[in-house]
Design a binder for this molecule. Sequence first.
Ligand code: HEC
Ligand code: HEC
Length: 436
Amino acid sequence: MMRLLQNFKRLVTKMTPSTGGAGGGTPEEIFNAPEIPCEDHIKHQTSNIGYLISILRFSQLKSAMLIFLPVGLFLLTGCCKCDDPEPEPFNPTPYEIDIPYGFPTQLNIPDNNPMTVEGVELGRYLFYDGRLSGRTHPDSLMSCATCHIQQNSFEIGAPRPYPFGITGISTPHAMLPMINLVWNSNGYLWNGKVNQENTGLIYGNLEDLVWMGVLARHEMNGDTNRVKEVFQDIPGYVEMFGKAFGTHIVTMDRISKAIAQFVRTLISSNSKFDKYMRGAVQLSPEELRGFVLFTTEEGADCFHCHGGYGNPLFTTNKFYNNGKDSVFTDPYDRYFITGDPMDKGAYKATTLRNIELTGPYMHDGRFETLEEVIEFYSHHLINTPYIDPLMHHIANGGIQLIPQEKSDLMAFIKTLRDDAFLSNPDFGIPGKLPSK
Ligand code: HEC
Ligand code: HEC
């Protein structure tokens, strides 16, 4: 039976084009998709196979059927390998998120992954551990933290827009930081491919981004079975899994839950601007003028898409075409996700927190400096039928700031830098990673 499954896997690997975006939709990802409780197992695998049928070309279907049939029988006769005994009694400590002043109260924490102090701690170790690529040394070539570096706002901070994966293949888009993601319920990645509204079984939430990071050829190129085995073999981790999940059995599902819990703790709420909002410091006259420009329609008009006064996340987490191009050739823009032609050239309006650290800018890293970005919004907008109606100054080709206004706006944007976040010891490498 195993051989049949492997053959099937190989066949699909040959036939399925990668769907791109971070992580892509590799066959491995689909096959190794979340390990879920036994009762859901058959349903889950059957839907995966349904999904696979839907992506095969007709000519390929015939040969695939020869293999689907026995696989189907196998599923129906009960394939569940429930090697997970009853969870041991355990008492994890709930992890409470303190909602900072003025921040939204609604958090995106899935019911099946409540945050615990022990889960966050485990996730933090895993985040910094290169063995997540399936290799056997903690300092192996790549961990999440190779690209998501705390001092750079969990971005790579390199001048080259696209980082390389462990294979040398570059990612399809520039980096995204990890800030305040626990408040995002509107899709992750530049194009929002990962969204809890998705009806499919994959690409739902931060948990799935961990799978994508581990599996993607342009990221860690890992093998989830091997990853599980490697961690199961390290006593320090086995103990931490026990504390976090009440079982010593390492699964990819638990690995991804723990890392997602850690990522949800990465909160930035201590920039100069935050302190100003709390009445703790004053902004300089220049910064204040920049703030007014940022948040007024007649000014620089940034707030509609990037938040501001009533939205301290400095992102709406929505997708817009902000007028950079006249033709749209990126196969992985928002249109790739929604199929709505009006979404051509649209991407997430990312958070402007710590933005001074995360150049080059835009999904393709086309602007090296913030000065270039302000120049673009000021004078170089391109009008097309796809431009977002919120680009109110499009008829003038931009917001037409004078030099003084440009430097005021820049001064304000720099108040969004949060040094406490960049050096928060709770977010850094937790110390020596356990070894065998
Ligand atoms: C090779 C570099 C690289 C590695 C390694 C990597 N990432 Fe990423 N990550 C990226 C890039 C590039 C993006 C943006 C991709 C896009 O949107 O197309 C991204 C996006 C993300 C986002 C989405 C942020 C948002 O605002 O939507 C999360 C969360 C994330 N990664 C988590 C992880 C985790 C967890 C790991 C480890 C399992 C990991 N990444 C490993 C490069 C990397
Ligand atoms: C209509 C919505 C909209 C408005 C208005 C808008 N932006 Fe943006 N902004 C976006 C989108 C969408 C992106 C990402 C586009 C891309 O990657 O191709 C973006 C990207 C950026 C980036 C780069 C982010 C990164 O992570 O690389 C900066 C900086 C920025 N905007 C600043 C501003 C400023 C300053 C203003 C006001 C002058 C402004 N934006 C007005 C939608 C908007």
